[in-house]
Each structure stands twice: as C-alpha cells, then as structure tokens.
Write a protein that binds this ligand. Structure first.
Ligand code: NAD
Ligand code: UGA
Length: 441
C-alpha cells in the first residue's frame, strides 16, 4: 500500500520505517528542511536503537523516501498518517495548531479518496475537527453548495511505542487500536497492519482517542503511586523494590511501571496527563486523581534535591557529578527529563555541575548552561562531592566503582533510579542513597 507519514520525528520515522519494512511503499514528510536533508543522506536526526539499520535497508529496497512536500506526498498515497507534535500550551491544553495546519494542507492537495489517520496523541473529538477542517479547505471544484464531492475518511490509530525500544514495540504491539467511522477505513487499516498479525481493537474515533490518553495517564498513575509508596518505605524501614516485586506478582497489578525514582519525564506523560486533565475540565469533570498524579511527580524531583541538600549540608560551591540526562535510557531525548529540572534546581543553590550521558549530551548542551559536559562516566566524577544517577543507562552497571571512589572528593551516591548495587557500594565505602530504600538497607 502507498502510505504517507507527515512528521518525521520519533513516532513518524519509526512508523514510516517499520511500515516500509513490512512491505509498504512509504513517503516520510517533514517541514524541517535540515531533517529531510539528513534523512536523504542516510542519517538519522534522532537516536533510536535499530532504526538506522532498518531505514537503510528500506531505502535500498526503494520502499522508503523522504520529502519536504506535503502536496506531492498527499497526491501519491491513499493513506496519510499524521505524526506531528501536539505539545502542551501554557494552560496544559494540547497545542493542536500543527494538526490543523497539516489537515488544511492535505485538503488543499487532495484529488482522490484519502484516509487521514491520527497517529499523533490528540484529545477526544479531534477526529471531528479534522473532518471539518478538511471540508472547509477542499478545493472549490470538490464542493457543490454544502455538498462535499470528494470522498475521504478520518481515523484514529494511536501509537503506544516507547522511545528506546520503539522499533521492537512497533513490530510487536500488544494491540492495535483502530478508531473509524467507515468499513472502508477499517479495511485499509487492517490491511496495513496484517503482516504484524496483531490483536486489533476496532472502536469509534472518540473511543480510540480516549484509549490513548487513558493508557498514558494510567501508566503515569502507576509511577506516581509507587513513588508515593517509596516515600512511606523510606520512613518505615521497608524496601520499595521488594514492595513493587510483591505487588507485581499479582497478575492484576503487574510489575511494569512500578519503578520508583525521580519521577516520569519525556515528551508524553507530562503533556498527556495535563491535556487529559484539561479535556476533562472542558467537559465538566474535575479529574482530581490525575492532578494528584502530576503533583506527586513534581514533588518527587524536589524531594530528591532536598535529600541531596540534607546529606551534603551546603550546596553552594559543591561539585556534583551527574550520570544521565536523557528522560530514560537508550534515547537522546531530553524533553521534560527529570535530570534537567534537578540540575537547574541545584545550580540555583550554587552547585557546580558536571554531566555525562551516552547519547543525550548534544541535546543537553542546547538547554543547560554553566555546566561542564564530560565525555565519559569516569571523568565526570573527578573532584566531585557526590554523584547523582538520573538515567539508568545499562553502561552504568559495568563501571569500576573503585576507580570512581578514588576519583571523587566525597564518596556519596544518590541513585535516582534505584539502579545500582547498594550493598556492594556501601561495602567499598560509599554512602548510598536510593529512593524508598533508606532504612531498609
Ligand atoms: P517529534 O517532535 O519528534 O516529531 C514531530 C515532527 O513533525 C518534527 O520532525 C517536526 O519537524 C514535524 N512537523 C511539524 N509540523 C509539521 C508540518 N506542518 N509538516 C510536516 N512536518 C511537521 O514528535 P514525536 O515525539 O514524534 O511525537 C509526535 C506525536 O506522537 C505527538 O502527538 C506525541 O504525543 C505522539 N507520540 C509520541 C511518542 C513518543 O514516544 N515520542 C509515542 C506515542 C505517541
Ligand atoms: C510512554 C508510554 O510508555 C508509551 O506507551 C507511549 O506510546 C509513549 O509514552 C507516548 O505516548 O509517547 P515513553 O515516554 O517513550 O513511552 O517512555 P516510558 O518507558 O513510558 O517512560 C516514561 C517516563 O517514565 C520515563 O521518564 C521513565 O524513566 C519513567 N518511568 C517509567 C518511571 O519513572 N518508572 C517506571 O516504572 C517506568
């Protein structure tokens, strides 16, 4: 099938490459000319494990191409996925201008039946607004009074991939949700995903949109729940790792997304929780549970900074080493990363910060100022009064901690992800502080 993807970021590129990999003819569009130039040169503008190799294969098989022109791409495909940003506005609403803008451009170039699919995460009822925008902007020859003479469908097909394992998640989905208002749209989407042999759930458009917001908010709620539990564990001498394990053994609960730490970040959970709260408000419901999820998440970062303050006594002029600035491992993405806020709060107290991250340093340099960026995990700790682990990159497990200990001025580690071997570290002379484990160890 001929498919166009508009927006070649984390979701658009993964979707485009993977759909091409399973046999479709895909055009990825972006309005950022630098991105298109990079992609045409066979390079990726983002880091995502496994994506580059797959992209090169698809390009070689002539099943994947890149363009800056929505017009050409619209004309040459029957199915068009929207994977543009839906970032938060200052009031928490999702900013839908990118989606509207693209819908308008598609309408202006449509010359035959098209299926326009929401892949971006959008508030419920966006499907209706896309349909209206397309109706309003179709070329005059396709309108006769109030009658629309060109057939098209809008559908919702939310994406559930996680950065860092995006290719695997896309190729092995737990489920594919298809929100449609016609049999034709359903058939086309079923056909597209057929090679993945997925479990498909067909709903109306609003339900599919709600499934996405509800899923992300529920996962965020699990994280805030375990972070609240971790706060109590610290006070009563329990170990949150054991508590999460014990809870997770109940199949109704499950162990995933019960890792306590500095809270959730990334481009999605914070913005989607905000957008869901706003959507609820606009529809006359106060989703106070989600407000608390957000409050606990914000509080967790401040709690972590207070812990560092308490243990270091004075922050001013202390040198603090940081491992990890990406919002999670295996990505270069730092959008709403907990590390950014923690670093900035410590800088405001007068700390000197040294940072290392395996993939996210280039992005971090655009945001963080007055920080010393280091190119490996060892140099970053030189002369440090403490070390903070803020992203659990696998390479931090394989470190020679004796060498780290000997390079530091004070041997104190704050493990914001409960990732390191606390007993070993204490055994070789570190003061180790995790989240929700304090008294238990
Ligand atoms: P992104 O910022 O990485 O990518 C969006 C791309 O769209 C950018 O390359 C941008 O240049 C391009 N773009 C913007 N306006 C355009 C236009 N008018 N024409 C063509 N291209 C345009 O964002 P992302 O992380 O890929 O997220 C996209 C959407 O997918 C969001 O709604 C997000 O919530 C959702 N989502 C993201 C993830 C994830 O893990 N990142 C997972 C599921 C869903
Ligand atoms: C999340 C969802 O997991 C995806 O299903 C969804 O498609 C995506 O958002 C989206 O809509 O964009 P992602 O943000 O890429 O994926 O990464 P996650 O693995 O979910 O992690 C999100 C944040 O939560 C990270 O900061 C991570 O460190 C944190 N987290 C995760 C925890 O603090 N504890 C956990 O137990 C799990």
């Amino acid at each position: 099938m001929k498919i166009t993807i508009i927006g070649s970021g984390y979701v658009g590129l993964v979707t485009g490459v993977c759909l091409s990999n399973i046999g479709h003819q895909v055009i990825c569009v972006d309005n950022n000319p630098d991105k298109i130039k990079t992609l045409k040169k066979g390079r990726l503008p983002i880091y995502e494990p496994g994506l580059l190799e797959l992209m090169k294969e698809c390009v070689k098989k002539k099943r994947l191409s890149f363009t800056g022109s929505i017009g050409d791409a619209t004309k040459s495909s029957q199915v068009i996925f929207l994977a543009v940003p839906t970032p938060p506005k200052s009031n928490g609403d999702a900013d839908m201008t990118y989606v509207e803008n693209v819908a308008r451009q598609i309408a202006q170039h449509m010359d035959s039946y098209k299926l326009i699919v929401e892949k971006s995460t959008v508030p419920a009822e966006t499907g209706k607004k896309i349909r209206r925008t397309i109706n309003l902007n179709l070329a005059k020859k396709y309108k006769h009074g109030n009658k629309i003479l060109l057939d098209f469908d809008v559908a919702s097909n939310p994406e559930f991939l996680k950065e860092g394992s995006a290719v695997h998640d896309f190729m092995n989905p737990d489920r594919i949700v298809i929100g449609v208002e016609s049999k034709k749209a359903e058939q086309l989407l079923r056909e597209i995903y057929k090679p993945l042999k997925p479990k498909i759930l067909v709903t109306n458009i609003a339900s599919a949109e709600m499934i996405k917001h509800s899923s992300n908010s529920f996962l965020a709620m699990k994280i805030s729940f375990i972070n609240a539990v971790a706060q109590i564990c610290d006070r009563v001498g329990a170990d949150v790792l054991k508590v999460a394990e014990g809870m997770g053994l109940d199949k109704r609960i499950g162990r995933q997304f019960l890792d306590a730490g500095v809270g959730y970040g990334g481009s999605c959970f914070p913005k989607d929780v905000d957008a869901f709260i706003r959507l609820s408000e606009q529809n006359g419901y106060d989703f106070s549970l989600l407000k608390e999820v957000r409050r606990i998440n914000d509080q967790q970062r401040h709690w972590f900074v207070r812990l560092v303050e308490e243990k270091l006594w004075n922050i001013k002029d202390k040198t603090i080493g940081v491992w990890g600035v990406a919002f999670k491992p295996n990505t270069d993405d730092i959008r709403s990363a907990a590390a950014l806020e923690i670093i900035q709060l410590l800088q405001a107290e007068g700390a000197k910060i040294r940072v290392y991250d395996p993939k996210a340093l280039e992005n971090a340099k655009k945001i963080l100022h007055g920080v010393t960026f280091c190119d490996n995990a060892y140099t970053v700790v030189e002369g440090c009064d403490c070390l903070l682990l803020l992203t659990e990159w696998p390479e931090f497990k394989d470190i020679d901690f004796v060498q780290i200990r000997d390079a530091m001025r004070q041997t104190v580690i704050f493990d914001g992800r409960n990732f390191l071997d606390a007993l070993y570290l204490r055994g070789i002379g570190f003061e180790y502080f995790g989240t929700g484990r304090g008294k238990a160890l």
